[in-house]
Ligand binder design. Structure first.
Ligand code: 13P
Length: 249
């Protein structure tokens, strides 16, 4: 059985005290689903979040990291820095990183390798833009994103990879992929993984959907057979909403 996951990507939101408040509110929620729950606060709040959730099943993860082990990369954060504060999972390839910080598939291939070399797990994000979908190129785009950033990996590495399909046109727009669109793409992603690594790897990798998941639409999206959970932006900033989504799985 694949692991069900609901991860909250807080993006560049929540200062130090807001982070504490939100974590307190999350800790007070009760979980009725068996989903693995993750939250990704911003870098400066990671140590306090780790400490606050030490005895919780909620995992604190990072939003990004650099591809080098260390060195002259002003403003960047390495995998070993994250490991040293007990962060073992990192989000890589988010469309906002690709769009605003020019992250390429080639950069991401290096980041993924660096994370795995540091025994970290990766939530790997990818997804097409609106123009791609309008021109029916969404499958070709997604396939090339997977191929260019992940297909240098060994089959065994996929034990440490979670895929997060996030169509760019659905992120923060209030417009979600329909459950059918999400299912079709997730099935295509699984088929693409199977064609390179075989059915065993494809059937065991968790594929999350991200893009305007809300309490009102989560259950229908999560009910699709190839959707193994969600990567949640805006709705992860409210404890009630986030846990309604966690429990919708
Ligand atoms: P929204 O849920 O705000 O659309 O963001 C999705 C996302 O980008 C998660 O990484």
């Amino acid at each position: 059985m694949r692991t069900k996951i609901v991860a909250g990507n807080w993006k560049m939101n929540m200062n130090f005290s807001e982070t504490k408040d939100l974590i307190n509110a999350l800790s007070a929620q009760s979980q009725t689903s068996d989903a693995k729950v993750m939250i990704a606060p911003t870098y400066t709040n990671l140590p306090s979040a780790v400490e606050a959730l030490e005895n919780s099943s909620i995992e604190v993860i990072a939003q990004n990291m650099h591809f080098a082990e260390n060195g002259a990369y002003t403003g960047e954060i390495s995998a070993s820095m994250l490991k040293s504060i007990d962060i073992s999972t990192v989000i890589l390839g988010h469309s906002e990183r690709r769009a605003y910080f020019n992250e390429t598939d080639a950069d991401l291939a290096k980041k993924v390798s660096q994370a795995l070399a540091n025994e970290m797990a990766v939530v790997f994000c990818f997804g097409e833009e609106l123009e791609d979908r309008k021109s029916s190129q969404e499958e070709a785009v997604v396939k090339s994103q997977l191929k260019n950033a992940l297909f240098h990996l060994e089959a065994d590495d996929f034990k440490h990879i979670v895929l997060a399909y996030e169509p760019v046109w659905a992120i923060g727009t209030g417009e979600t992929a329909s459950p059918e669109q999400a299912q079709d793409m997730h099935a295509f992603i699984r088929k693409t993984i199977a064609s390179k690594y075989g059915d065993e790897v494809a059937d065991s990798v968790s594929i999350l959907y991200g893009g305007s998941v809300k309490p009102g639409n989560a259950q229908e999206i999560f009910s699709k057979p190839d959707v193994d959970g969600g990567l949640i932006g805006g709705a992860s900033l409210k404890a009630d909403d986030f846990f309604t989504i966690v429990n919708a799985i």
